[in-house]
Design a protein around this ligand. Structure first.
Ligand code: NAP
Length: 251
């Protein structure tokens, strides 16, 4: 069901070894893109994502690299270019949490979350951008969060990183719009992708559900559809935007 016209395009999805990133990688491949499946430490899981894509007739390759390290982000982009000779789509999805209330949050908790979630997106975008500019086309999709819009107790570091990602999105969108490159953010709400929502107590799950007008958690597929849309030809005139995918929660 390739409807987004991504045949022949090359996508780099950071943090694609599991969760939302893995589903984004599979969906972009279904739409015809060749996909670089980045991971930091879960090599076997990343290989399985690639295997599932190639089993379905798509093209993909694993690409290791800690996005928060300048050398490794630079090398990651070079690897994609060596493999396919071009790059069209960057999805900055890699992200971590280190949740603690402010008074207990250590500077290390703060720094690591900002390093991966915000510096990582900066570095990957910085090293991909010259190639998008040269070819006068490209799509960057940054995976932010509703927490970056509304905050959440225990997540000052994560909220700051995701709000920062929105500012980053809007600034870079303005810098590169004249080169036919769009830069947008997605702000997912509660996504049941095998991570955070799984670890919630029943009480916390029920409280969360009561705040979602659609009365269900989102799926990784719900987020991946947003990415596919923003990468499709139909979204060519949309840039600097934040699309919430949260069942109506933020309003
Ligand atoms: P997840 O299941 O924890 O997966 C995180 C991915 O990021 C893994 O592939 C992990 O790879 C990778 N990663 C972590 N640190 C990295 C680094 N330094 N360099 C490269 N890759 C790294 O997360 P998720 O729940 O799918 O979330 C994906 C994104 O959506 C995140 O940005 C998250 O903040 C955002 N989000 C999630 C939700 C939700 O409800 N799940 C809601 C809103 C926004 P390794 O396993 O190899 O470390």
């Amino acid at each position: 069901m390739a409807a987004a016209g991504l045949e022949g395009q090359v996508a780099l999805v950071t943090g694609a070894s599991r969760g939302i990133g893995a589903v984004i990688a599979r969906r972009l491949a279904q739409e015809g893109a060749s996909v670089a499946v980045n991971y930091q430490s879960s090599e076997e899981a990343a290989r399985q994502v690639v295997q599932s894509i190639t089993d379905g007739g798509g093209e993909a390759a694993v690409m290791a690299g800690d996005v928060s390290q300048e050398d490794s982000a630079n090398t990651l982009v070079k690897q994609v270019l060596e493999q396919w000779g071009r790059i069209d789509i960057l999805v900055n999805n890699a992200g971590i949490t280190r949740d603690r209330l402010l008074l207990r949050m250590t500077p290390e908790d703060w720094d690591r979350v900002l390093e991966v979630n915000l510096r990582g997106a900066f570095l990957c975008t910085k090293y991909v951008m010259p190639h998008l500019i040269r070819r006068r086309q490209g799509r960057v999709v940054n995976i932010s969060s509703v927490v970056g819009l509304g905050g959440n107790p225990g997540q000052a570091n994560y909220a700051a990183s995701k709000a920062g990602l929105i500012g980053f999105t809007k600034a870079v969108a303005r810098e590169v719009a004249s080169r036919n490159i769009t830069v947008n953010a997605l702000a997912p709400g509660f996504i049941d992708s095998g991570g955070m929502v799984d670890q919630m107590t029943e009480e916390a799950r029920n409280l969360a559900l009561s705040r979602i007008p659609m009365a269900r958690f989102g799926s990784a597929d719900d987020v991946a559809e947003g990415v596919v849309f923003l990468c499709s030809p139909g979204a060519a005139y949309i840039t600097g935007q934040v699309l919430t995918i949260d069942g109506g929660m933020v309003g």
